[in-house]
Design a protein around this ligand. Sequence first.
Ligand SMILES: [Zn+2]
Ligand SMILES: [Zn+2]
Length: 353
Amino acid sequence: MEGFELNLSDAMCLGASLALSGICYYMYRKSRTTVEDIDKAPHFTIDRKLKDILTVTQGASLQYAVVEGVVKPEGEPLKSDFHKEISGVLQKFLLREHRLVWNDYSRRWTDDERVLHEKVNMTPFFLVGSDKTAVKVLSPLQASGRYTEVIYEKFHQHNSGLADLVGQYISGQKPKGHLEIEEMLKVGTTLTGVGELILDIDGTLNLRPPSNGSKYFLTLGDFDTLRGEKESEVFCWKTLAVTFALAGAAVLVWVGLRYYRCLQVRWEQEKERREFERLQTEAPRQLVTVGPEAVGDNHTDNICVICLTQPRNCILLDCGHVCCCYTCYQALPQRKCPICRQRINRVVPIYHT
Ligand SMILES: [Zn+2]
Ligand SMILES: [Zn+2]
């Protein structure tokens, strides 16, 4: 519509909020499905009965089940690099650099970090039940959840000399130091696993990533803690999806209001134009005589001061100026007389006699 335009910032806000709402809704659906899946998964105690159950189950496998057991290595356990007394089955070593980076947009130094080195060591392990029955955990690195604990963490401060400082201001990067972390899944820890349980032909019980696409979990907490975490993820994605959808709706309402205001102005202009035309047709009865002081004697003086082509055919009230044609009057950005800037309350046609 003429006079109304959807500006770029409105379109961007609308597009961004709808896209973000869509992404959050997708994540919400995904996390909801995960919670429903783990809710449906049966819980088993690791003991001889579990082997019996799997022996009589079709395919000797349970597609999605929850088990809890104590971590035990198959062979020799791994030793911690920093605490020799700690042994585990899965060891992660991380070296992370912390630095300040100059941001040209915000004109300030902002915190930044990057991984300089990451190393994972692993040895095959079991989850052992009360009667020494063991379930071998396969592909633990594919599992979600927190299954390692930090056993060593040290920050090495970076000391800068004067020459370094000059270099840092030129490069826009100030190193703060290095953080060294060692995480381990310790022997003897109680671990909850959610995945596919399968009985091998050699009689070994295995826990592995589910083949039906459900999520594989290994966690140090119990099942309820895991469920609680997943439930809060669902709530978080849902809240974000609703918030972005509301933001999109607010932008739509704002654009709609602007469109409505433009429509209102058009309706008023149309009403005024009809009134103007009615007055023009009723000319013989409502004759307005314009004197030479208002219109001027020659043709040039009678030309609209705005378009310089049409004759002046209206009188602006209350100031009484006769300076423009009706088309130009309607195109005025504000209802103010172009000559004296007084507010225009009414417009009537003029007739030359
Ligand atoms: Zn004009
Ligand atoms: Zn005026």
